[in-house]
Write a protein of this length. Sequence first.
Length: 372
Amino acid sequence: SDAVTFFGRTQAGIVTPAQDRLHFVAFDVLTSDRARLVQLLKDWSAAAARMTAGKDAGEIGATAGILEAPPDDTGEAIGLPASGLTITVGFGPTLFRDATGKDRFGLAARKPAALADLPRFPGDTIDPAISGGDICVQACANDPQVAVHAIRNLARIGMGVVSVRWSQLGFGRTSSTSTAQATPRNLFGFKDGTANLKAEETDLLDQHLWVRAGDGPEWMTGGSYMVTRKIRMLIETWDRSPLGDQENIVGRTKGEGAPIGQSREFDEPDLTSTSIPTDAHVRLAHPTVNNGARLLRRGYNFVDGSDGLGRLNAGLFFIAYQRDPRTHFVPIQLNLARHDAMNEYLRHVSSGLFACPPGVSGPDDYWGRALF
Ligand code: HEM
C-alpha cells in the first residue's frame, strides 16, 4: 500500500522520501487551559493515525453518522488512497512563552535553548502575519487533495482551541531525502537536493538531524528542529539572466547539476578550485565553510497567484530539519544572507521555528506527551 507508518520512534515526514505536495499550517492556541491543549494533541494524534492509513479522520466517517450532527470527516478524500500522507507536528517558541512573556501552559522551564528565536538576517523582509505560530503541522502527500484534507480536518477538530495563523500550499518537492529518489528541480530550473542529507546516511542523521539525549530537555530526544522560510523568487529577473551567470550563482551546471569544473551531479564540489565563484550558493552553504553543519532540506515550490505588478508570486517554501538551529541553519543563513550572489533574486518573506518532538509510539501515545 502507499500508506506511510504513522507510529514510530521518530516522526514520519522528516526522512520519509519527500512526497510531491505540501500543505503547511501554523496555528495559534486560543485557550490557556493546559488540559484542553493536551486533549487536542490526543485527538489530533488519533485522527492523524487514521488519516495517514487512508481512513476518515473520525471513527464514524464522513457519511455514516446521524443526520442531526456534522460528520467527523469532511469527505473530500473519500475514495482516495493514503497517497503517502505524513503529518508532522512542531511546537513554536510562543507555546512556551507568548509574545507578552506569559507562560500560559506552565511550559517555560521546559523550553529548549535550541528553540531561541532566529536572529534577523541581513536583507530580511519578514512579514510577521505569515510567520511564527504556537504549533505547526506539515502535511505531505502525493495528492494535494489528501494533504489539504488532513490539514482541514485537524483545523476542524481544533476549533475553539486553536486558530489558523497562516498556511502554505506547495507543489513539486525541491529536495530528495532518499538516495532512491531522483533529484527534482526548483523554480530557477536547477536540480535541488543533490547534497542534501538522505535517509540512508544514518550516521550523519545521528550527528546532524536527530536531537540526542543530553542535548537539552529530555522530551526532545529523538525529535528535530524545523526551520521554515518562505522565499519569494524573482523569477522574471532570473529568466532574463544568461545561462552562465545562473550557473555561477548556483555553483553548479543547470543540465547535469554537477559542481562547476566537474562532470557528474554527485561529484564532490572542489572548493579549492576558482571555477566555483566565491559568492556561489553551494560554496557558501557547503559544510566545510560552516563548521561541518549539514541540513535535511525538505522544501516545496509555491506559486501564490500573481502580485498585481505583472509578476508571478512564486518561490520556494524552504523547510530544513536539524539537531540544533543555532549551529546549523543560523550560521549557514548568515553566510548566505551576507554573501550569496543569489540574494539579488530572493526575498525572505516568512520565517518559522518549531521543535518537532519524537514520534508517537502507538495508539496510547500522543504528540508531545513527554513535554506535558
Ligand atoms: C544547495 C537552491 C535557499 C542551503 C542548493 C542547490 C541549489 C539551491 C540549486 C544545489 C543542489 C543541492 O545540493 O541541493 C536554493 C534556492 C534557494 C535556496 C533557489 C532559495 C529560494 C537556501 C537556504 C539555505 C540553503 C535558505 C539554508 C540556510 C543549502 C545547502 C546546500 C544547498 C546546505 C548544499 C550545499 C552543499 O553541501 O553543496 N541550494 N537554495 N539554501 N542549499 Fe540552497
